[in-house]
Design a protein around this ligand. Structure first.
Ligand code: ARG
Length: 408
């Protein structure tokens, strides 16, 4: 067998990537695995390490990446109110450039010739990881054994058994799951028929809204320059704050999403998500912007947010446009500080109060009561000028069909 050099494999500890580790070893590669803790549920990192080594790896990296994930990917997305198609908070999409970046760095350190991932040929995670890797280090080959080998599930199990890889065939999920601190993506199985309501076993972070507590819960989220820094007045670092919100909002059934998504790879897909912390923070952040940002900045930002969502979704994280958009957004976020009071109740996170040291809401201008500071006389001239173009037009062009008013 010819030696092919070292390869860094993104390793979850599941069947696909374990078989991939062994298979790459048999192809003549020296496999180094990289398991990332991005805040996914129920991940046994030490078990992943020993399983990697039993699956042929010569070395296993197990890394806590929650902090860089939140600081460098989640917060820029939150500041951009990042949602794909206005609905999906990009939880899976945001983790891929991080994984690509870390793998490229390890590859450099270890002198590897390639990186590898366990994505199939139908998803967009393969696109994101490969586009990001090529952008960061074009000399690295990218291998996708699961996409290329055409193993069936049964063949994978047989292969694993024959090579002494422990297989947990018992409670394999009927869904394809991807999971991190920003949310959980649920696909496949019964969900592929858009008429089917997602069964309750699809969810693990949120309860059904009608099983949620009958009492609402109020929380206060403090932001500094667009980033949440405290919950109910208690300072928290990013990953802890999101984890706490996942718990509290999840208990109220907040953050369930069910959509038909337009995939980058050309077809529509039924996608279910549960993102209790993300939805709560996005709701609070968007509201805080309304009290602290100028109307035209808000409008221009909204257009760029759509673009941001597409770029993050489509694997263009390291593109100059994504970076330029975030640079613009960062200048707007200078002013997005303050507190949003959010009510969690029966599947909804609703903002019930706002306070900001940079508030440009003026009570004097807005009030209809005592203390009114608005210049009422100025309205007369304003209306004259504001209406002038339409008045001029109507003097030249015929009026639209009249509304018929019956005689009285
Ligand atoms: N549709 C989402 C996306 O492309 C979710 C991907 C989830 N990945 C998975 N392997 N189940 O961003």
């Amino acid at each position: 067998m010819t030696k092919k050099g070292k390869v860094v494999l993104a390793y979850s500890g599941g069947l696909d990537t374990s078989v991939a580790a062994m298979w790459l070893t048999e192809q003549g590669y020296e496999v180094i695995t990289m398991t990332a803790d991005v805040g996914q549920q129920a991940v046994d990192l030490e078990a992943a390490r020993s399983k990697a080594l039993r699956s042929g790896a010569i070395k296993a990296y197990v890394l806590d990446l929650k902090k860089p994930f939140v600081d460098q990917f989640v917060w820029p997305a939150l500041k951009a109110n990042g949602m794909y198609q206005g609905t999906y908070p990009l939880n899976s999409a945001l983790s891929r450039p991080l994984i690509a970046e870390v793998m490229a760095e390890i590859a450099e350190r270890e002198g590897a010739v390639a990186v590898a991932h366990g994505c199939t040929g139908k998803g967009q995670d393969q696109v994101r990881i490969e586009v990001c890797t090529n952008a960061l280090n074009p000399d690295l080959q990218v291998l996708a054994p699961v996409r290329d080998w055409h193993f069936t599930r049964e063949a994978e199990m047989e292969y694993a058994e024959a090579h002494g890889i422990p297989v947990l065939a018992t409670s394999s999920s009927p869904y394809s799951i991807d999971d991190n601190i920003w949310g959980r993506s649920i696909e496949c199985g019964i969900l592929e028929d858009p008429w089917n309501e997602p069964p309750s076993d699809a969810y693990t972070l949120t309860c059904d809204p009608w099983d949620a507590p009958d009492e609402p819960e109020f929380i206060e989220i403090t932001f500094e320059k667009g980033i949440p820094v405290a919950l109910d007045g208690a300072k928290m670092d990013g990953p802890d704050l999101i984890a706490a919100l996942n718990e509290r909002a999840g208990k109220h059934g907040v953050g369930r999403i069910d959509m038909l998504e337009d995939r980058l790879v050309g077809f529509k897909s039924r996608e279910v998500y549960e993102c209790p912390g993300a939805i709560t923070l996005l709701t609070a952040h968007r509201a805080l912007e309304t009290i602290s940002l100028d109307k035209r900045v808000l409008a221009a930002k909204k257009e760029l947010e759509v673009k941001f969502g597409e770029l993050a979704y489509e694997g263009y994280w390291f593109s100059p446009l994504r970076e330029a958009i975030n640079a613009f957004i960062d200048t707007t976020q200078e002013y997005v500080s303050g507190v949003a009071k959010v009510r969690l109740y029966k599947g909804q996170a609703v903002v019930r109060g706002l306070r900001s040291p940079n508030s440009i809401y003026s009570h004097g201008l807005a009030t209809y009561s005592e203390g009114d500071a608005f210049d009422h006389e100025a309205a007369v001239g304003f209306i004259k000028i504001w209406g002038l173009p339409i008045k001029t037009w109507r003097q030249v062009h015929e009026s639209k069909e009249a509304i018929e008013i019956p005689a009285q």
